[in-house]
Design a binder for this molecule. Sequence first.
Ligand code: MG
Length: 237
Amino acid sequence: MTPESIPLIKAITLDLDDTLWPIAPAIYRAELALHAWLTVQAPKTAQAFDVAALRAKRDEVALKRPDIAHDFTQVRHESLRLALLESGDDPALSREAFEVFFAARHELELYPEVEDAIRRLASRYPLMALSNGNADIARTMLGPWFRGAISARAFGVGKPDARIFHEACRRLSLEPVQVLHVGDDLELDVLGARNAGLHTFWLRREGCEPMDDARSAGLATVSCLRTLADRLGIPAG
Ligand SMILES: [Mg+2]
């Protein structure tokens, strides 16, 4: 992304987790809510699996089931079903258990500048969410500012595969060179989008890993979305 390429940009695709909100605290809160629910509805499972053990079960399913590994919803759902089954509770409770987790997962705390910056970005560009996770942007307070969303779950392949970036361009009726992708992950967001022919800004928030990778040389970076809006020349307020 260079200043000369800014006039080419007609839309922005945005990563969600760790770009608009920190994901670790959101998942942890959701895991606590799920465990509290299990304590009442499936006490044997709650006793056999604490939060860490449920998380280990999820990781185990992701490893053993490459067919569903790109779909965090299915992985979480299947791990709950197995935990219930192994503990002697009704495995059919997994559906409701997942809903408890999923609702809590959307109780997000945005990074401080995000709400204002997204409003600024949306005043000039159509915004599309592009996530490998299972967050549903429409369920968040930012939903009204987004034109659409593509998830690895719904589309069948995730970032960094070029196909998901090209699908975003297709839905926006734009060429890759007219789209800017912004995200926190070097591999998934930045190198993936560049490989697909999109422009990129790498979001590197304060406290992120030092940039010591030869592959990151020459990449355009921003430290927050307010800076992004500034760099794109969108007036504040
Ligand atoms: Mg991310």
